[in-house]
Design a protein around this ligand. Sequence first.
Ligand SMILES: Nc1nc2c(ncn2[C@@H]2O[C@H](COP(=O)(O)OP(=O)(O)OP(=O)(O)O)[C@@H](O)[C@H]2O)c(=O)[nH]1
Ligand SMILES: [Mg+2]
Length: 244
Amino acid sequence: MSGVWLVLPTYNEAENVEPIVEAALPRLRAAAAHAGGGGGHHLLIVDDSSPDGTGRIADELAARHAGVEVLHRGAKEGLGAAYLAGFGHALGAGADLILEMDADFSHDPADLPRLVAAAGDADLVLGSRYVAGGGVADWGRLRRLLSRGGSAYARSVLRVPVRDLTGGFKCFHATTLRRLGLEDVRTDGYGFQIELTYRAIRAGMRVAEVPIVFSERRAGSSKMTARIALEAAWKVPQLRFRLR
Ligand SMILES: Nc1nc2c(ncn2[C@@H]2O[C@H](COP(=O)(O)OP(=O)(O)OP(=O)(O)O)[C@@H](O)[C@H]2O)c(=O)[nH]1
Ligand SMILES: [Mg+2]
């Protein structure tokens, strides 16, 4: 047993990486102790050679904290590719549970134990903004409408009951990830999040949504682009036919 792994992708998160690691570690430790198995907790930062020095700070954190590791990648290849590399590393190390979380404090590390607890009777747990008790703290009306609309669009095209398909705060069992066919995943950003959840549903797995409140990033700037959002929009109908 090799415990609970949190994969944290970073690109230019120099101001966030140290506080997020320090906030996540005790929560991850508590969650791993609760999950049992004795495999402990691991935090894997996946940095794509951030020009702002995030990778160097990550190395210092790894030297200082047991259980923190860094995967350095040569170039910015997007969120999807970073997660796939991180999942591969964690699976290779024998992980039991693997979590995804943004490194910018949009996801609250205090929610980590709730996601892990919900994995007790689900194959995939989603931190969800669009179930009772969930929400978005500080977005304007337009951003709310776009995000809700995006999830509603994907839900109706794919005909799945999940409320929040685009979120990136998740907990997978290792056995779940192994069954998703990750070697064929090419999407990025929102499309990547939608595709992984859709693959899990198509494979007949149990998907649970737990409410989370999403906040605006604490520091630094967004890497999300119109291209990534549009990619998700046109790839959703393709997913339905490709994964039929
Ligand atoms: N390694 C790596 N990490 C990335 C890449 N793109 C984004 N990330 C990280 O993925 C997480 C989510 O990216 P954000 O830019 O915050 O995107 P978002 O949260 O969807 O959008 P905002 O709400 O605007 O912040 C953050 O931790 C980023 O640093 C990438 O190409 N490589
Ligand atoms: Mg963000």
